[in-house]
Design a binder for this molecule. Structure first.
Ligand SMILES: O=C(O)c1cc(=O)[nH]c(=O)n1[C@@H]1O[C@H](COP(=O)(O)O)[C@@H](O)[C@H]1O
Length: 224
């Protein structure tokens, strides 16, 4: 089951990213490269990481007017990532245009409500209802727009999966029981996220900050 773990290599240092990827490669299903990596290393860096042979999840969380997002996705086409993220709250037209601009083999997944946010944060943005309500509202929007799936926390993935049985569900913000939570707020264990219907898990610091990333990835895999 460890092939359902994507390790988040959140570092601007490509040599460090490669070193961790090499160490954990037999215990993860793919690697996730996000804004920190992309801002420092760009498309060339993504290509270099892809040469390691693992599927690439390019997590840029695009969120802008439809034309701008579509053009950005077009500019990324040649990288053919396995997964690409956009923000669901960008709206239906943006989601449709992002999907239309992506390569056929790329899953476009829409971030619903970041796992680093809770009820108070939601209230502060003027959104009514609970995190659960907000995730389901955006799941429905993403489904209707024709993207491939969503990103949500393990606390909502069961209900989101029920609403969209054919969707692809990415769950970050997972923590083994003995692990530091950090800036995440809606956290579940990797096992619970999968039991609740996650298609893949994103795991960053519990692996990358471990003294032995390989052992940490193996240990998480063993709980699944
Ligand atoms: O899209 C994501 O991957 C994402 C969405 C979200 O709601 N929360 C979230 O933490 N992430 C990403 O998942 C990773 C979590 O990292 P750790 O908290 O270190 O395990 C980071 O790379 C985040 O950018």
């Amino acid at each position: 089951m460890s092939n359902r773990i994507y390790v988040a290599l959140d570092t601007p240092d490509i040599d460090r990213a490669k070193a961790i990827a090499e160490r954990v490669r037999h215990h993860v299903g793919g690697i996730k490269l996000g804004l920190e990596f992309f801002a420092a290393n760009g498309r060339t860096g993504v290509r270099e990481m892809a040469d390691l042979g693992l599927p690439i999840f390019l997590d840029l969380k695009l969120h802008d007017i439809p034309n701008t997002v579509a053009k950005a996705v077009q500019a990324l086409r040649a990288l053919e990532p396995a997964i690409l993220t956009v923000h669901a709250s960008g709206g239906r037209a943006m989601l449709e245009d992002a999907k239309a601009a992506a390569p056929a083999g790329t899953k476009v997944v829409a971030v619903t409500m970041l796992t680093s946010l809770d009820q108070r944060d939601l209230d502060a943005t003027g959104v009514t209802g609970t995190p659960h309500d907000q995730v389901l509202r955006l799941t429905e929007l993403a489904m209707r727009a024709g993207v491939d799936g969503i990103v949500c926390s393990g606390a909502e993935v069961k209900a989101a999966h029920r609403l969209w049985p054919k969707g692809f569900f990415v769950v970050p913000g997972v923590r083994p029981t003995d692990s530091v939570v950090g800036d995440q707020k809606r956290v579940v264990t990797p096992r619970m996220a999968l039991d609740n219907g996650a298609s893949i898990l994103v795991v960053g610091r519990p692996i990358t900050q471990a003294e032995d990333p390989d052992a940490a990835a193996r240990a998480i895999g063993a709980t699944l």
